[in-house]
Design a protein around this ligand. Structure first.
Ligand code: CA
Length: 358
C-alpha cells in the first residue's frame, strides 16, 4: 500500500517500510532496519528511537541516544508454547518496573506497578485496534499510553504516529494497519502454502472472529512472517478451553462433541513439528545474515512439504480413534452432537483420501 487516503507509505528495495508521510507528503516517520531486517530506528520529528535486540526481541529502547526502557520476555519459542514468542513480562523505565497482564491472545490487558496495582488497561476491537484506558476503565485522555508501553495486541509493538491518529503494528516482517484491517505489504511467502485467503494483504482471512490465535502452531512453521509475527488472531467465540494447537476454522472445531478430536489431531502435529522446529531455531540462531536465515527457512519448508502427507495421515488416524471414543459419549449421542460427529467422520475419510493414507 502506498496511499490510504490520509497517509503515504514508502518502501526500500526489500519492501520494508522506510517512510510514512501525510497526505501533503510531509514526513510523519522514518524507519531504519539492520541486516536481518529488524527495525532498529524510528525517527519522528526530533526524536530518534533506537532499538537493541536480543534475537528477535527488543530488549532496550533508546531515545536520542539515552536509554529509556528495558523489556523482559517469557520463554516461549517452540511448540507447544510457540504462541508465546511475544510475551512481554516486564518493562523498566529507569525508575519503575511495570508488569504485563495478558489475555488469552497474549494481548496486553493491563500494566501493573511493582505492588501489583493496575496503572493502565488495554482493550481491542476484533481487528486488534488498541484502546488505552486508565485503571478505572475510563478512556485515556489522548489515547496514548501514559507509560509509553508499546506492547499491545497479541503482544506486538505498536507505533503511535501522528499523535495516535495512525497506529501501525510492527510484526517484524511487515506492518499491520488496524484501521484498514490489513497488512501494508504482502505476505512474503505468497499463496504457496494455501493458508492465505483471497489476497496477500489480508488479515486473518478477513475474519478475525473465526480464527484463533492458537492456529499459529500449524501456520508458523510454514511461513516465517507467521513464525515471527503471526500472532494476530483474535477470538470472538466462546471457547473456554485453551487448545494446544490447531487451526480452528470449521464447524466441528467448535462442536462440543468433536472439539476434543480437533485438539487430539493438532496435538499430533505439535509433536511432529517439535524436532524440526528445534532444528530451525538452532539454525536461525547460528545464521550470520539474512541469506543464511532464508536457508534455514527453506530447509524447514522443504521438510514440511516432504512430510505433509505422512503427518496428516498420522493426525487423521488420531482423529478417527478419537471419533470412535466420542461415539460412546453422551454429547455425541443425539441431536447436534450426533450430526457433528457424522460430519466429522466424513471429513476424516475425505482427508485420508486427499493425503493418500492407507
Ligand atoms: Ca495518555
Amino acid at each position: 500500500m502506498t496511499f490510504d487516503g490520509t497517509y503515504r507509505y514508502y518502501y526500500d528495495v526489500e519492501n520494508r517500510l522506510t517512510e510514512v508521510n501525510d497526505a501533503g507528503d510531509q514526513r510523519v516517520a522514518t524507519y531504519k532496519y539492520d541486516f536481518a531486517g529488524r527495525k532498529v530506528a524510528r525517527i519522528v520529528g526530533t526524536t530518534t528511537t533506537t532499538y537493541l535486540y536480543d534475537g528477535d526481541q527488543v530488549i532496550v529502547e533508546y531515545e536520542n541516544g539515552s536509554w529509556k526502557r528495558r523489556y523482559y520476555y517469557g520463554p516461549g519459542t517452540c511448540p507447544p508454547s510457540v504462541w508465546r514468542i511475544d510475551e512481554p513480562l516486564l518493562m523498566n523505565d529507569g525508575s519503575n518496573d511495570y508488569y504485563y497482564s495478558q489475555d488469552h491472545l497474549y494481548s496486553s490487558a493491563g500494566l501493573l506497578d511493582s505492588s501489583g496495582g493496575v496503572v493502565e488497561r488495554y482493550e481491542y476491537d476484533a481487528y486488534g485496534q488498541p484502546y488505552v484506558l486508565d485503571a478505572n476503565f475510563a478512556d485515556d485522555a489522548d489515547g496514548l499510553s501514559d507509560y509509553n508501553n508499546p506492547y499491545m495486541f497479541t503482544g506486538r509493538e505498536v507505533d503511535f504516529l501522528d499523535n495516535g491518529n495512525l497506529k501501525l503494528q510492527y510484526n517484524r516482517n511487515r506492518y499491520y494497519d488496524y484501521y484498514t484491517g490489513r497488512w501494508l505489504t504482502q505476505d512474503s511467502f505468497g499463496f504457496k502454502y494455501g493458508y492465505e485467503g483471497e489476497n496477500l494483504y489480508e488479515f486473518m482471512e478477513g475474519n478475525p472472529c473465526a480464527y484463533k490465535d492458537e492456529s499459529i502452531n500449524l501456520h508458523w512453521i510454514l511461513d516465517i512472517d507467521r513464525l515471527l509475527s503471526i500472532k494476530g488472531k483474535t477470538d470472538c467465540t466462546t471457547i473456554n478451553e485453551k487448545p494446544t494447537g490447531g487451526v480452528y476454522t470449521k464447524n466441528w472445531d467448535y462442536s462440543q462433541c468433536t472439539r476434543p478430536c480437533t485438539q487430539r489431531h493438532e496435538d499430533v502435529h505439535v509433536k511432529q513439528l517439535k524436532p524440526i522446529c528445534q532444528k530451525y531455531l538452532e539454525c536461525w540462531e547460528e545464521a550470520k545474515d539474512r541469506k543464511e536465515r532464508d536457508k534455514c527457512t527453506s530447509v524447514k519448508i522443504q521438510w514440511v512439504i516432504d512430510n505433509r502427507d505422512r503427518c496428516e495421515c498420522e493426525a487423521w488416524e488420531e482423529s478417527a480413534k478419537c471419533a470412535e471414543d466420542r461415539r460412546k459419549e453422551r454429547k455425541c449421542c443425539s441431536g447436534k452432537g450426533k450430526k457433528d460427529l457424522e460430519e466429522y467422520e466424513k471429513q476424516i475419510e475425505k482427508a485420508k483420501k486427499r493425503h493418500k493414507c492407507n
